[in-house]
Write a protein of this length. Structure first.
Length: 197
C-alpha cells in the first residue's frame, strides 16, 4: 500500500462516525445515503455528508446513484470492499487509531444485539446462539484460539457468499438478516479474591 493511500486510510478510519458508516454499509452489505444514515443514527446531516465525502475521497466508498428528493439530491454510496478485505491496511494503523477503531466498531454489534432483544427477535429462532467466556491461556493456546476464530470467520463468509448466490434479491420472502460477532482479545485478569473477616 502506498504512503498516500495509507495516509488517506488513516484519516478515514480515524473518526468514529466514518467507522460507523463503513460498518453499517457492510453489515449486511447495502447501499446507503448520508440521509439514510442520519435517520438511523440521529446524527446531523451536514456533518455526516462530510464524512461520506471523506470516505469516498479515501477510496473506501463510491457514489453509485443520485435521487432527486424535494428539491435536493440524495447521494447513494456502496462500500468498495467488505470490511474483511482491509486487514493489511489495518495492520499498518498506529495503535491509537486501532484502539479508536475497535471501540467504535464494537459499538455497532452491541447496539445490534440491543435492537434485536428490544424487537423481540433475538430468541425468535431455536438456533440463536450466545456465548461469552474468559480463560487463562499461554502463547500456544492464544495462537490456536486465533486460528480457530479465523477458520470460523472464513466458514461464515463462505455461507454468506452462498446465500448471496442463491438469493437474487435479499428482501425476498424467506430471507432475513443474521448477525454474529467473533472476537478474541487479551483481557485484564480478575482481581484475586481476598478473604474478608
Amino acid at each position: 500500500m502506498g504512503t498516500t493511500h495509507r495516509t488517506e486510510m488513516l484519516r478515514a478510519l480515524g473518526h468514529p462516525v466514518r467507522v460507523r458508516i463503513l460498518t453499517r454499509m457492510n453489515a449486511p452489505k447495502r447501499r446507503l445515503s448520508p440521509r439514510g444514515f442520519c435517520e438511523e443514527t440521529g446524527l446531523d446531516l451536514s456533518k455526516v455528508s462530510y464524512h461520506f465525502r471523506a470516505l469516498a475521497h479515501a477510496g473506501l466508498i463510491t457514489e453509485v446513484d443520485r435521487v432527486p428528493v424535494r428539491g435536493s439530491m440524495k447521494h447513494i454510496y456502496v462500500a468498495n470492499d467488505r470490511t474483511e478485505a482491509w486487514s493489511k491496511e489495518y495492520e499498518c494503523l498506529p495503535d491509537a487509531v486501532k484502539r479508536a477503531f475497535a471501540a467504535t466498531a464494537l459499538r455497532e454489534p452491541v447496539e445490534a444485539v440491543g435492537r434485536s432483544i428490544d424487537a423481540g427477535v433475538f430468541e425468535s429462532r431455536p438456533e440463536s446462539h450466545l456465548s461469552w467466556d474468559s480463560m487463562w491461556v499461554d502463547d500456544e493456546g492464544w495462537r490456536k484460539l486465533g486460528a480457530l476464530f479465523d477458520e470460523t470467520l472464513k466458514a461464515a463468509l463462505a455461507i454468506r457468499d452462498e446465500c448471496e448466490e442463491r438469493m437474487s434479491n435479499p428482501t425476498t420472502e424467506g430471507a432475513w438478516v443474521a448477525s454474529y460477532l467473533i472476537s478474541s482479545f487479551p483481557s485484564s485478569p480478575p482481581p484475586e479474591e481476598v478473604d474478608r473477616i
